[in-house]
Design a protein around this ligand. Structure first.
Ligand SMILES: *[C@@H]1O[C@H](CO)[C@@H](O)[C@H](O)[C@H]1NC(C)=O
Ligand SMILES: *[C@@H]1O[C@H](CO)[C@@H](O)[C@H](O)[C@H]1NC(C)=O
Ligand SMILES: *[C@@H]1O[C@H](CO)[C@@H](O)[C@H](O)[C@H]1NC(C)=O
Ligand SMILES: *[C@@H]1O[C@H](CO)[C@@H](O)[C@H](O)[C@H]1NC(C)=O
Ligand SMILES: *[C@@H]1O[C@H](CO)[C@@H](O)[C@H](O)[C@H]1NC(C)=O
Length: 344
């Protein structure tokens, strides 16, 4: 994902270095999980990391990857068993000496997920013992799954290969074990309007982390309710995520277009994964940002990083807001190299 233009960021850096910074407490490290078709070493992704580091100087950014080779990491965003991928990431972060552990051996961090990386990070929050996340922030993610598979770019043969495998075979173990987007594909029962039997039976990833099956894993709910903030951004003109309201855990009737918001759904009302508890303490945040899928605005990122990331305790949001107001006038949307915009 090539997100931000360098000149705009540099101007921002020049400005923020003049900001008063609290040197007494170090910012929490930031885990970043990229989307489908992207790679951990992409310039755009690192520009976002640099921005986070400039808003809160000294932030250590860990770019989540399934392989040290960027091109293999990209393939792993299409192919693999997400259960195993999340488990591998959990082990990998524990091996990184720069992600310091506290006296209890726990890594404390913030987490930022783009598109499918958002629901995978949520899976990591729920399943990875030894990781305690303060803020989980997701952009254009598919927390309630996708109802349709995306259209791939003309020359994106890896993507086309993945979609071809899924066609008509989404619920086979073969596909659920190998094709990443199939593991958050979710269909509804036309009669009851709730999750289909096939999905509940075969979904390798989403039905589990959403605790949609009869047997609930109570530790998932405990982990989510322990977050301080879960900030969910939805792109208001997103045409890639179908339906886009998935980014807020909403349920959409594809025939009528009727949207049932999270707070009206059983996953919330019966608190299957701790979202209600988190909401009651003010930690559940629904946000929209203008534009299509992954149409990230530097100003939006800088402001929200200012508010939700950084040192433990008091945020420096007021300082950062003041800074970004002045800086982003020269923000040049045209310079964004947005090649994978159509990707989940
Ligand atoms: C619940 O999830 C945790 C973390 O992944 C796992 O260790 C545990 O075995 C799960 N419990 C059940 C009952 O599946
Ligand atoms: C995915 O991997 C997990 C862990 O190895 C395994 O239990 C599960 O059966 C795999 N899923 C499929 C659909 O093969
Ligand atoms: C969508 O809404 C229509 C009209 O209320 C209803 O008949 C249909 O069953 C619903 N479909 C789903 C999947 O909920
Ligand atoms: C839809 O729900 C009904 C009633 O629970 C069930 O009998 C039927 O098998 C379900 N169909 C699908 C496709 O899940
Ligand atoms: C939309 O769905 C909600 C929740 O199921 C329901 O209460 C409401 O009546 C529906 N609205 C329409 C216009 O169908």
């Amino acid at each position: 994902m090539q997100l931000l233009s360098l000149p705009a960021v540099l101007s921002f850096l020049a400005f923020t270095t003049a900001l008063p910074t609290d040197t007494s407490s170090k910012p929490l490290p930031l885990l970043v999980w990229h989307g489908l078709g992207d790679r951990y070493d992409a310039n755009g992704l690192h520009t976002v990391g640099k921005l986070a580091n400039k808003v809160h100087p000294g932030t250590y950014v860990y770019y989540i990857r399934l392989d040290e080779d960027g091109s293999s990491d990209r393939s792993a965003s299409f192919f693999g068993n997400v259960t195993e991928q999340v488990a591998q990431v959990c082990e990998d972060i524990k091996q990184d000496p720069k992600l310091e552990k506290d006296a209890d051996g726990v890594i404390r961090a913030d987490a930022l997920g783009f598109s499918q990386g958002g629901q995978f990070l949520r899976g990591l929050v729920e399943r990875c013992d030894g990781l305690s996340v303060r803020t989980l922030m997701t952009f254009g993610s598919q927390h309630n799954g996708i109802a349709e598979f995306q259209v791939c770019g003309s020359y994106d043969f890896v993507c086309k290969g993945a979609v071809a495998l899924v066609k008509g075979n989404a619920w086979t173990d073969y596909v659920q074990n190998k094709v990443v987007p199939a593991q958050y594909y979710r269909t509804l029962n036309e009669t009851t309007g709730t999750a289909s039997d096939e999905y509940l039976e075969h979904s390798n990833f989403l039905a589990d982390i959403n605790n949609e099956r009869e047997l609930k894993n109570v530790s998932y709910a405990a982990k989510i309710s322990k977050l301080e903030n879960f900030v969910m951004y939805l792109f208001d003109e997103d045409k890639t995520v179908i339906p886009k309201e998935s980014g807020w855990f909403a349920e959409v009737n594809a025939t009528t277009g009727n949207v049932t918001l999270l707070r009206d759904r059983p996953i919330y009302k019966e608190d299957w994964i701790g979202l209600k508890k988190l909401d009651k303490k003010g930690g559940l945040v629904f946000k929209t940002t203008p534009g299509g899928h992954m149409d990230l605005k530097e100003k939006v990122l800088a402001e929200t990083f200012g508010e939700y990331f950084g040192p433990p305790g008091k945020s420096t949001v007021q300082q950062v807001l003041g800074a970004v107001e002045n800086v982003f006038i020269e923000w040049d949307q045209e310079k964004l190299l947005d090649e994978p915009k159509g990707s989940l």
